[in-house]
Design a protein around this ligand. Structure first.
Ligand code: HEM
Length: 146
């Protein structure tokens, strides 16, 4: 669920009359799993959110694509630009600085969802990491500088 919003005026959306002053809750979870919008809606296919003009997934007839129908930030998160940069840089650092391995490599990853507002995984994904050799050089430079 996105954050609650208050309708500022009477309006009709998709045939539903929405009076002014009513609290609206948008179920982003259901929108992201709507089989009318997505192929294999229940499957983890992050490539469907890429901004390709030939990507018709998520198209509701309005000319949109999977990229535009993906709403991890809802429609009103003022932190979107900061968050997208920080997530990209953080992920890049983790991949560049460490070698990652799964603890149980032969098993499929269990994508079941647990309970909670932030959609935690039911079964945690365990991973091991070790610093890449370049990190020893970088860290020893920091250590020597202090
Ligand atoms: C990966 C990081 C983030 C995600 C996934 C995220 C997601 C969201 C979502 C889904 C909403 C509800 C939007 C709606 O109801 O349409 C929201 C609202 C909001 N977010 Fe974020 N957000 C993130 C980072 C941030 C950051 C970094 C800031 C501030 C620096 C921020 C500030 C806010 C605020 C103030 C609201 C309430 C906006 C309002 O209702 O007027 N968020 N965010």
């Amino acid at each position: 669920m996105l954050l609650p919003h208050l309708s500022s005026t009477d309006c009709t959306i998709e045939g539903y009359d929405i009076p002014r002053g009513i609290i609206l809750l948008v179920n982003a979870w259901a929108i992201h799993r709507n089989p009318m919008l997505w192929d294999e809606a229940e499957n983890f296919k992050p490539e469907r959110f890429m901004n390709k003009s030939n990507n018709s997934e998520g198209d509701d007839g309005g000319g949109g694509d999977g990229f535009n129908k993906h709403m991890p930030f809802g429609r009103a998160c003022p932190g979107i630009d900061l968050a997208q940069r920080v997530v990209g840089v953080t992920l890049g650092c983790l991949i560049q600085c460490f070698d990652w391995e799964r603890v149980t490599e032969d098993e499929d990853i269990d994508m079941s969802e647990g309970k909670g507002v932030t959609m935690p995984k039911l079964v945690l994904l365990k991973a091991m990491f070790k610093a890449r050799p370049i990190m020893n050089t970088v860290l020893s430079k920091f250590a020597n500088a202090t």
